[in-house]
Design a protein around this ligand. Structure first.
Ligand SMILES: O=C(O)C1=C[C@@H](OP(=O)(O)O)[C@@H](O)[C@H](O)C1
Ligand SMILES: C=C(OP(=O)(O)O)C(=O)O
Length: 430
């Protein structure tokens, strides 16, 4: 399915934020790793959250769901002996479950997105699991991957954080369940460090003790722990909402998004600060962000690693700013659903934006007069590319046709419904 995005000068209205992808993944996982029955209120509904629902059910968790909540009876440290898991295109789900699979005799993760998740590297996690005595068969660090676990005991593990924080998070979920104490040492920097804060927050809520160094480069994990069964409430999602906020920032708007907690640990909360730096009129009070855009924005310089999943939306806003913006420290955007530097900038250029890439930077020469548009965009299987190009299309002279825009459902199936509700001229076409 494709989407046509037509120029839309004005956006007005209110929406509730979608539920957080990252917290939904984590709460479903810790509920599955407990022996009791947990309840998760307002879980996300998307392809990635369906993927973890499906996989933990395959591993032996019992799930019952209604409109408001999901009740999960976990499998604790004894997942079912199953042969195959399909995580769809969900990177975090794959990495977290690769660690959990080391409690199973033999599980194969199949490759259903050869051109997206199938291209992403997992070597650093494979190496770390190897140190625990887990045997991993793989295709040059990529899917399909077979894990032959059995009985890892714990101990000293080193893991590189240079490509993704998800490898470290995976080990933090696994090691408390092992018989012996573990020490995890992070080598070569740690990208997306703020997301590890979300992992630690959820582990603490699940009754797990971890001793983390302040810089998150080393951890002491007591072994023999059990996940407690609990009730959790999923907060609103900043990465997805960042795209809607960017849309409001580049138009004349009066837009409110509710359910975005001011004190959230999501790094992508920085979209608010970045839009403020761009001099977009907005307020953030009582969980509601209110943007009253006038279409005028100023260029910014920003360390994108602090808000990994909102950088594409920030860049889309910068396309219309006065001056040159620079988003630095973003190399790990290259290892996502597509290469979010080269592939994304190719699509932005096609739409008429003036952008330049470095190995770890995105540079945007702002065009307050707007871009030409009138072209077809390749989504590269990437929900965040789709959302960001939609923002650009709202302020193009001629419509953008985004091919395969249904991949937006990886994290935000209702994205185009939300934009339509705010008055955006977007339309699904076959
Ligand atoms: O732990 C997580 O849930 C995530 C970590 C981040 O990935 P990296 O650590 O690979 O940057 C983020 O981009 C991804 O959407 C979700
Ligand atoms: C990169 C993302 O997700 P994942 O790594 O879980 O596939 C994302 O949601 O933008």
């Amino acid at each position: 399915m494709d989407v046509i995005v037509r120029p839309t000068p004005v956006l007005n209205g209110e929406i509730g934020a979608l539920s957080s992808k990252n917290y939904t993944t984590r709460y479903l996982l810790v509920a599955a790793l407990s022996d009791g029955t947990s309840t998760i209120y307002h879980p996300a509904h998307s392809e990635d959250s369906d993927a973890i629902r499906r996989c933990i059910r395959d591993l032996g968790a019992e799930l019952t769901e209604d409109e408001e909540k999901i009740v999960i009876k976990g499998f604790g440290r004894r997942p079912k002996d199953i042969k195959e898991l399909n995580v769809g295109n969900a990177g975090a789900v794959l990495r977290f479950l690769m660690a959990v699979a080391s409690l199973c005799p033999e599980v194969t993760f199949v490759n259903t997105y050869p051109d997206s998740l199938g291209k992403r590297p997992h070597d650093d996690l494979i190496d770390a699991l190897g140190q625990l005595g887990v045997e991993v068969e793989h295709n040059e660090g990529r899917l399909p991957i077979t894990i032959r676990g059995g009985n890892p005991k714990g101990g000293r593990i080193t893991v590189s954080g240079a490509v993704s924080s998800q490898y470290l998070s995976a080990l933090l979920f696994l090691t408390p369940l092992l018989e012996e104490d573990s020490e995890i040492i992070v080598l070569n920097d740690l990208k997306s460090k703020v997301v590890v804060g979300q992992t630690l927050e959820v582990l603490e809520q699940a009754g797990i003790t971890i001793h983390a160094a302040d810089d998150y480069m080393s951890f002491k994990v007591p072994g023999g722990q059990s996940y407690e069964a609990k009730s959790y409430t999923v907060q609103g999602d900043y990465p997805g909402s960042a795209a809607v906020l960017a849309a409001a920032a580049v138009t004349k708007s009066d837009v409110k998004i509710h359910r975005l907690a001011e004190n959230s640990r999501q790094g992508e909360r920085a979209i608010i600060d970045v839009l403020r730096m761009m001099e977009v009129p907005l307020t953030h009070e009582n969980g509601t962000v209110h943007v009253q855009g006038n279409g005028r924005l100023k260029a910014v310089e920003f360390d994108g690693d602090a808000a990994t999943d909102a950088v594409l939306a920030m860049v889309a806003a910068a396309v219309f700013a006065e001056g040159t913006s620079r988003f630095y420290n973003v190399e790990n955007l290259r290892y996502k659903e597509c290469d979010r530097i080269t592939d994304y900038l190719a699509e932005l250029s096609r739409a008429g934006a003036k952008v330049e890439e470095r190995r770890d930077e995105i540079i945007v020469h702002g065009m307050p007069e707007g871009v030409t548009g009138g072209v077809t965009i390749n989504a590269h299987y990437d929900h965040r590319v789709i959302m960001a190009l939609t923002v650009v299309g709202l302020r193009a002279s001629a419509p953008l046709l985004i091919k395969d825009a249904h991949h937006v459902a990886k994290s935000y199936p209702q994205y185009f419904d939300h934009l339509q509700a705010l008055g955006a001229d977007v339309e699904w076409v076959k």
